[in-house]
Design a protein around this ligand. Structure first.
Ligand code: NAG
Ligand code: NAG
Ligand code: NAG
Ligand code: NAG
Ligand code: NAG
Ligand code: NAG
Ligand code: NAG
Ligand code: NAG
Ligand code: NAG
Length: 564
């Protein structure tokens, strides 16, 4: 989630009037003559088609790159690791005699430090999850070794599934700022998912635990279950907090020391992830992990005017039939975009190779000049036409799906107890019982605001140079941060280090992201260590909306496949 306070302020009045509009004008009726004359497809025919489609997908997941050498590599690692693990004495994992659902049974990983056992989660006792998710560890760990430390971050760690690698560790954070990484856990890339609109959790076939160990962390202080009073001013402070936490974490889970490390996240984590990576690269001996690369989805990398305003009207044009705006309103948008220099900005700077930096901003403001906020104009008008309009995935229509995390679309919408705010859930995962859990924190997690310069204008080029691989992905159906804006950021800022070339030198080709067994799912382009993917039909939370594609991009990041 990318949290916008101004959106939340808009919500009450706009939504109530929009819903009034819907109920008074919908005119829907079951006895519509249109329905009566429509071609009837029987339930059996529909089921047959679904079964056919399901077979194609199942075939796909079985035939993931059989020839790739990396599979051999993983298998070899597994055998080696298996022997290592068997010699470790298990004091932390109580032996479990329950039958484990084969599909989720993780590697037999154990931690020697008796302290680890305090964090062990019984995989059969997670409320509403009616299958065994296997061993995992969760709880609060302080951000420093100071015995009086009051600031603690909440984590949930899962070992790899049966085919995953024991050599690697993925760190995941959501954005906000202030949004919980348990959102990613439960609805994006965790071992089980509880998607909006569904009755109960289900195993996630595209869990990143299929690739390696994964550590979900609620950070910075002030987010989710994490404890303490926020006292950071910028992203370096934040990185220090995370690294402090990781040091303490590795004291308890010492078997994870030395692993190959990957930092991933989405949205505002476009700030967090590069700053954390930069901190680790510039303090080489501080952390006993071997940082290899970073992965960010729909990341906040630069000024809002570039990532939201400039690309907004071209985005509406591309998805004209989804927005369904009338001619008068479309002309108003076009005129505004022209007058605010947005139209000329794209034609001038979105070129391969790009004109030399720096690119001046289109106006005076880093967000939008007076009269130039087309993004909000579009959002308000979209809600008039479609009260369920979801800025995170523009295809949603009424009704808004219920959501166990309380944040199914553009606005909070609570229709049941929030999953992580239930006492029995907190007990099961060693979360503080007296903390109210919210998907995105109400308060500010920075003392004032984040004082750091956007990552693309500061640390990201250095991080790309140091990384083995850098992956940036962007869902093409995301309106809150728009893919074309990310293209502009890449052309404008990235790689300008030590006289190296700036931006991509050759054009991003169409239909270049080939997902195994499916075909083109968007575009992919790699130059000098940076791989950029655009994913069709995906909204903001790419592992949620396009789990298969997200999984493949992670395989590439981890070096489990040679081609993106
Ligand atoms: C896991 O490893 C421990 C320690 O080597 C061993 O005692 C236990 O039997 C193993 N469990 C399984 C299910 O393989
Ligand atoms: C594991 O346990 C065995 C038997 O209790 C003991 O002899 C051995 O020293 C232990 N190994 C480690 C690494 O603690
Ligand atoms: C895990 O929970 C199940 C169900 O409550 C219980 O039967 C089992 O004994 C527990 N396992 C351990 C090791 O505590
Ligand atoms: C993930 O692991 C499960 C359990 O082994 C397996 O059923 C599933 O097919 C795997 N998914 C992928 C994408 O490899
Ligand atoms: C670690 O790196 C950060 C960011 O480059 C820097 O601000 C900080 O001073 C470094 N800390 C140490 C102990 O070197
Ligand atoms: C077109 O949309 C604008 C903005 O909502 C509205 O003011 C105008 O009345 C609409 N025109 C028609 C013909 O619907
Ligand atoms: C558009 O660009 C021109 C030329 O750089 C500048 O004079 C003008 O102020 C800009 N317009 C806006 C609305 O920022
Ligand atoms: C919750 O309880 C813990 C431990 O008793 C305490 O340290 C903490 O301050 C409490 N937090 C709140 C928000 O009351
Ligand atoms: C990709 O397709 C778009 C839309 O058809 C077109 O404008 C663009 O030139 C194409 N890009 C390349 C590199 O062929």
């Amino acid at each position: 989630m990318f949290k916008f306070t101004r959106l939340l302020l808009l919500s009450t009045t706009l939504l109530s009037s929009s819903f009034d509009h819907l109920s008074s004008s919908s005119g829907l009726s079951v006895s519509s003559p249109l329905l009566a004359s429509a071609v009837q497809i029987s339930a059996a025919q529909i089921h047959a088609r679904q079964a056919e489609a399901a077979k194609r997908w199942a075939k796909k997941s079985r035939s993931v790159n059989p020839q790739e050498a990396f599979i051999e590599k993983i298998r070899a690692n597994q055998r080696r690791d298996g022997e290592d693990v068997d010699t470790t004495n298990s004091t932390s994992t109580p032996a479990s005699s329950t039958t484990v659902t084969p599909s989720l049974k993780p590697k037999n990983i154990t931690f020697a430090d008796p302290k680890a056992s305090q964090f062990w989660v019984n995989g059969t006792t997670i409320p509403d999850v009616d299958f065994d998710v296997g061993d995992s560890w969760s709880g609060l760990i302080p951000i420093s070794s100071d015995p009086k430390e009051t600031r603690k971050l909440f984590f949930w760690f899962f070992p790899p599934g049966p085919e995953g690698s024991l050599d690697d560790l993925i760190f995941w954070t959501n954005g906000g700022p202030g949004c919980s990484s348990l959102e990613g856990f439960l609805q994006e890339n965790g071992p089980f998912s509880w998607a909006p609109g569904t009755a109960k959790p289900t195993p996630n076939q595209y869990s990143w635990t299929n690739l390696s160990s994964v550590l979900w962390v609620e950070q910075p202080v002030g987010t989710g279950f994490s404890q303490g009073t926020p006292n950071i001013n910028n992203e370096d402070d934040l990185a220090k907090q995370v690294v402090g936490f990781l040091q303490q974490f590795l004291e308890v889970f010492a078997e994870l020391k030395g692993k190959k490390f990957y930092i991933s996240g989405e949205s505002y984590a476009g700030m967090y992830v590069p700053y954390i990576a930069n901190y680790i690269y510039s303090n080489a001996t501080t952390l006993d992990l071997s940082l290899q690369g970073t992965w960010t989805a729909d990341p906040s990398l630069s000024w809002d005017v570039i990532q939201q305003q400039v690309p907004a009207v071209p985005f509406v044009n591309k998805y004209r039939n989804v927005f369904a705006f009338n001619q008068t309103f479309m002309s108003l948008l076009e005129k505004t975009a022209d007058a605010c220099n947005y139209t000329s900005y794209t034609s001038k700077y979105l070129q391969y190779p790009p004109p030399p930096a720096p690119f001046p901003l289109p106006g005076r403001s880093t967000s939008s000049d007076r009269g130039c906020d087309v993004w909000d104009l579009i959002f308000e008008e979209a809600l008039v036409k479609n009260p369920a309009f979801n800025i995170y995935r523009i295809f949603d229509t009424f009704p808004v799906l219920w959501d166990v995390l309380g944040f199914p679309g553009s606005f909070p919408d609570v229709q049941s107890p929030i999953y992580f705010d239930r006492q029995e859930v907190k007990k099961a995962i060693h979360a503080p019982l007296n903390t109210t859990w919210e998907e995105c924190a109400d308060g500010n997690v920075f003392v004032r605001r984040d004082q750091s310069t956007p990552s693309a204008l500061s640390v990201l080029p250095n991080v790309i140079e140091k990384n083995q691989r850098t992956v940036i992905v962007h869902g093409l159906a995301d309106f809150i941060l728009i893919a074309e804006g990310t293209r502009l950021v890449i052309q404008k800022r990235l790689f300008k280090i030590g006289g190296g070339a700036q931006g991509f030198q050759t054009a991003i080709g169409n239909d270049t992201f080939i997902v195994d067994g499916i075909g083109s799912m968007g575009t992919e382009h790699t130059e000098r260590g940076l791989t950029y993917y655009e994913i069709e039909l995906s909204g903001h939370m790419v592992p949620q909306f396009s789990p298969v594609a997200a999984f493949q991009t992670m395989e590439y990041l981890l070096g489990f496949r040679s081609k993106p």
